[in-house]
Design a protein around this ligand. Structure first.
Ligand SMILES: Nc1ncnc2c1ncn2[C@@H]1O[C@H](COP(=O)(O)OP(=O)(O)O)[C@@H](O)[C@H]1O
Ligand SMILES: CC(C)(COP(=O)(O)O)[C@@H](O)C(=O)NCCC(=O)O
Ligand SMILES: [Mn+2]
Length: 921
């Protein structure tokens, strides 16, 4: 029997490659050793979207940024002969961790989609269990999830470097997926394993797969797969589709119920044009042999380029007028306006070469590349339009790796469709453009149960390496946090290179009915553009749409639109400005050690690089809102193992606030009901000043103690607040004239910050609701974000508060929040029916904002009985959800702690307050 360390070493040896979104190309040397390959892969990951390890966050079942599966080596034993080089290891306690792999082996590229699965380990603590019982969430009536959490990865290789692909699969043991769930095989392939594959290579390379990996290829029809992949993406991924016109990218939200029919144009080596009428209902109506292979093949011959990217990059600096024959060349510089052609319209691609009497060498490669790109893109756009016309289709989706997210290619295709259809058809592109076939093959597995994935269960994550470009650092794979930090340190120079925002080309016109130079021509093609602009899709099956949203389809969480360059620049500056202070806090939270300082630096670099990347290309990671930026910051902290940067601040503020709570409750209890309600709401607004995410507030904290600031804030409360629907709320609660008081059955209180905010603000309000017979559910973050209180911290806070207050104590007991009392409940010695319950649920988030399309299943279950929602704080009720409409009564309470936001949103000033009441709609 081997000891644990030996087993861990064996595992580490075989598992050195991190999960990644990687692309493998531009590799000059085709004949690399395994070692070189592994190094190269490591490098690619660092530069591109490589995903790195993250330690699990203790005891939390909601992992929005779920770590890769951690192996549970307890009880591990080596099977068979321990002397073997790669012995099989039995991990009896390891959860189901199966990878599913599917391939699309095309004429030019191999696309690989694989899923790494791991269990969302349920935290079975008593508090959670009791609350679930109170909320009526038993395993019986809760939806059972056939699929465990996991991640979907996208990788591509050049087909002529198929050995790299085989090495990759082998190094990650992807071909061993679907085997005995409890066996972790190292280096041993499964004779019976089958991999789904589509594309011509599924036939051509079947023997090679058998020979090298010992697996059989199960061939899937290519058109079937393309359609299945496109349908999956359009239904399951939010903002998968976008338009691209004159340099402007706009995400399109496709209504799942109004998707068909559409035209799918897959521009790979060749082009397939498919009319799609439904799931599995399609017809390949046309195609053209002039496609991506033509551009790359001809381009290679004519320019001697070594890679597709190089060719595309050349086009950026090209001027096609030196080669193309324009209308003006034929008409002596004149427009042919009678038929709507301007002088600059291309009359004949490459036509000038006939009369120029020049040799190939006399033309610039840049011009040749551009001329070729325009010829092919325009032709594809035109043929697509004709087919759309043939079948009366309005929407054309373009996929395939020829597009490659390249602005100029997309603009050209869009222009052609727009021009010929006179605006009646629209070209749309897909973020996962090249993976349609591979995804379709992936979907064809019968057993993984991923085919009914839903948009709210997928969270896309962009890891540390995502913003970086180029570089040739060689070295061992990134195995641990330390290496990740070293990588950041090495890449500081690359980082600074991209910190300078690249100005967007000014919007231009494509000219009178003709085809001039689209504006995005001057846009910069990132040298790493071949790296995928898609992240890892984290599957969190427990996420659900918040059931009380009035219209989930119309719901947009973000209030501020960051596609406005002014807004983006402002928030970019704000977040950059916060960084030094945040790093100090984070480092201090980890004891201020040298290790923590290094991690702090690496975090700052990684986050700055993400910000710079987004400044340069706001839609680089999909649709961008302020909530995404704030969440990205928290994700970056976690990536460098800062799990709770504000831990000690939260603790200090909690203690100070708990000390004054009894006095506050006494003061409140001496008031009549009406005054009490006002004072309570006022108290929430006043205590919302404790926000460590706001520069202005942090400056304020130097001016006094917590309690002094709280008092000052309360004293300054003056009605009317800038948004003041308090009277409407009061009338709803207490009645007025003919209107009877309304007693809510259950209130969901989305709480914000620790300290005074929760203890002196929200808890007293919760107490009032409890007193009125309303059940209260405190909804708090699953993971820390700034100084926000988390769901895990709340039971202790409530227990402390309950020591001073009978109402809270009885309600907390009834809600199963007090562990001691729960023992009594189980003994049957406490009458928990004497109070309505106070409960806590986690929201599924680790950010100061909340996207109500993706909340925890516990919250969704709690919401079903609720008839009042109270959203508190700037992040939850202003940056997000300010415009959200609910099916029940909603109260949005926040102090605005940012001058610009105050001006923009409520035409007010910093420290103004919002009390927005919206009765059920
Ligand atoms: N790194 C790359 N290497 C080769 N071709 C690329 C690359 N990136 C994009 N392309 C373009 O994508 C085309 C292949 O697209 P793809 O959708 O993968 O089709 P196929 O399945 O035919 O390989 C190539 O012909 C080329 O025009
Ligand atoms: C991050 C926050 C949304 C948190 O606010 P809260 O939800 O705690 O009220 C807020 O602090 C914020 O928008 N800060 C950045 C702006 C500034 O420094 O003014
Ligand atoms: Mn907060």
């Amino acid at each position: 029997m081997a000891n644990l360390t030996e087993i861990q070493q064996t595992i580490a040896k075989n598992d050195c490659l991190n999960d990644s979104n990687t692309s493998f190309n531009n590799t000059k040397n085709n004949n690399k050793s395994d070692k070189d390959f592994v190094e190269r892969e490591a490098r690619e990951q660092r530069e591109g979207g490589g995903e790195q390890d993250m330690a699990p966050i203790g005891g939390n079942p909601i992992h929005r940024s779920s770590s890769r599966p951690q192996l549970d080596v307890s009880g591990a034993a080596i099977q068979g002969n321990f002397e073997e080089r790669d012995p099989t290891i039995l991990l009896p306690n390891q959860s189901d961790d199966i990878s599913h792999l599917a391939l699309d082996i095309g004429g030019s590229l191999i696309k690989l989609v694989y899923f790494s699965r791991h269990e969302d380990r349920p935290v079975n603590d008593r508090i959670k269990k009791t609350i679930k019982e109170r909320l009526g969430i038993s395993n019986g009536n809760r939806r059972s999830y056939p699929v465990l959490g996991g991640r979907l990865h996208f990788v591509k290789f050049e087909t002529n470097k198929i050995n790299q692909c085989l090495d990759f699969i082998s190094s990650k043991q992807l071909h061993c997926g679907g085997m005995d769930a409890h066996l972790w095989h190292s280096g041993v392939s499964n004779e019976n394993a089958v991999i789904k594959a589509t594309g011509g290579g599924a036939y051509k390379y079947a023997d090679l797969f058998k020979e090298r990996l010992g697996v059989s290829i199960e061939k899937e029809d290519e058109m079937n797969c393309l359609v299945a992949g496109a349908n999956f993406l359009l239904k399951a991924i939010r903002h998968e589709a976008f338009t691209h016109m004159e340099g402007h990218k706009a995400f399109v939200q496709i209504d799942q119920n109004d998707l068909f029919p559409y035209l799918l144009v897959n521009v790979g080596s060749g082009v397939s044009i498919i009319k799609v009428d439904g799931d599995g209902k399609f017809q390949r109506v046309s195609g053209t042999n002039v496609g991506g292979g033509t551009y790359w093949g001809l381009g290679k011959l004519l320019t001697k380029c070594n890679s597709f990217d190089e060719l595309l990059e050349l086009s950026q600096r090209g001027d096609n007028r030196t080669i193309d024959m324009l209308v003006g060349d034929i008409y002596g510089g004149m427009d042919y306006s009678k038929i709507g052609l301007s002088a600059s319209t291309i009359a004949s691609s490459f036509g000038k070469a006939i009369s120029d009497n020049k040799d190939l060498e006399d033309y610039r490669s840049e011009d040749i590349s551009l001329s070729l790109l325009r010829m092919i893109s325009y032709n594809i756009g035109q043929i697509s339009y004709l087919n759309a016309l043939r079948f009366g289709l309005k929407r054309i989706f373009f996929g395939g790796f020829f597009i490659r997210g390249h602005a100029y290619t997309m603009d050209t295709i869009s222009f052609a469709v727009q021009f010929w259809s006179k605006g009646t058809s629209q070209a749309m592109f897909l973020r996962h453009e090249g993976f349609l076939g591979a995804l379709g093959a992936f979907m064809s597995y019968e057993k993984h149960g991923l085919d009914d994935l839903m948009v709210h269960q997928l969270v896309e994550r962009f890891p540390m390496g995502a913003p970086y470009i180029g570089g040739n650092v060689h070295g061992p794979p990134l195995g641990d946090l330390n290496e990740k930090i070293s990588w950041m340190e090495k890449f500081i120079l690359k980082g600074t290179e991209i910190t300078a925002p690249v100005p967007m080309a000014p919007p231009g016109t494509t000219g009178l009915g003709g085809f001039e130079v689209p504006s995005s021509r001057g846009g910069i093609l990132r040298p790493d553009a071949s790296k995928l602009n898609v992240g890892v899709l984290h599957l969190v099956p427990t996420l659900e749409v918040f059931p009380l949203l009035a219209d989930p389809k119309m719901y947009e969480p973000n209030t501020i639109d960051l596609s406005d360059p002014g807004e983006l620049e402002y928030w970019f500056t704000v977040l950059s400005g916060h960084l030094p202070d945040l790093v100090d806090k984070a480092v201090a939270s980890e004891g201020g050690t040298d290790d923590a300082k290094r991690r702090g630096d690496a975090f700052a670099r990684a986050f700055s690089a993400h910000l710079a990347r987004l400044m340069e290309e706001p839609a680089a990671y999909g649709k961008l809102g302020l909530a995404n930026l704030l969440e990205l910051r928290e994700e970056c902290l976690r990536e460098f193992h800062f799990f709770d940067a504000y831990r000690s601040i939260k603790q200090r503020e909690n203690e100070a606030s708990l000390a004054v709570l009894p006095d506050l409750l006494m003061e409140i209890d001496s008031m009549d009901e009406e005054t009490r309600l006002l004072k309570l709401v006022e108290g929430v607004l006043a205590a919302n000043i404790f926000d460590w995410g706001s520069r202005a507030c942090v400056d304020l904290y130097h001016k006094g103690t917590i309690i002094e600031i709280y008092r000052m804030s309360r004293n300054k409360m003056q009605r009317p607040w800038r948004v003041d629907n308090f009277d409407a709320f009061k009338e709803r609660m207490l009645g007025f004239g003919d209107k009877k008081p309304y007693q809510h059955k259950r209130a969901l209180l989305f709480v914000d910050n620790s300290g005074a905010d929760i203890i002196l603000g929200m808890l007293p309000l919760a107490r009032e609701l409890l007193r009125r017979g309303t059940e209260v559910v405190l909804v708090a973050n699953s993971l820390p974000a700034l100084n926000d209180v988390t769901a895990m911290e709340l039971p202790d806070i409530v227990a402390e508060a309950a020591k001073h207050c009978d109402i809270l104590r009885r309600a907390a007991e009834a809600g199963g929040l007090l562990v001691d009392a729960m023992i009594n409940i189980q003994d049957g010695s406490i009458d928990s029916s004497s109070s309505v319950p106070l409960m806590v649920v986690e929201n599924g988030c680790g950010s100061p904002c909340i996207d109500l399309r993706q909340v925890s299943s516990e919250l969704a279950a709690a919401a079903k009985e609720a008839d009042l929602v109270i959203l508190e704080g700037m992040g939850r009720s202003l940056h997000t959800n300010f415009n959200a409409k609910f099916r029940c009564d909603a109260l949005k309470l926040a102090m605005v702690k940012n001058q610009r936001l105050a001006e923009k949103l409520i035409k007010g000033s910093i420290y103004d307050c919002v009390c927005r009441f919206e009765p059920a709609s």
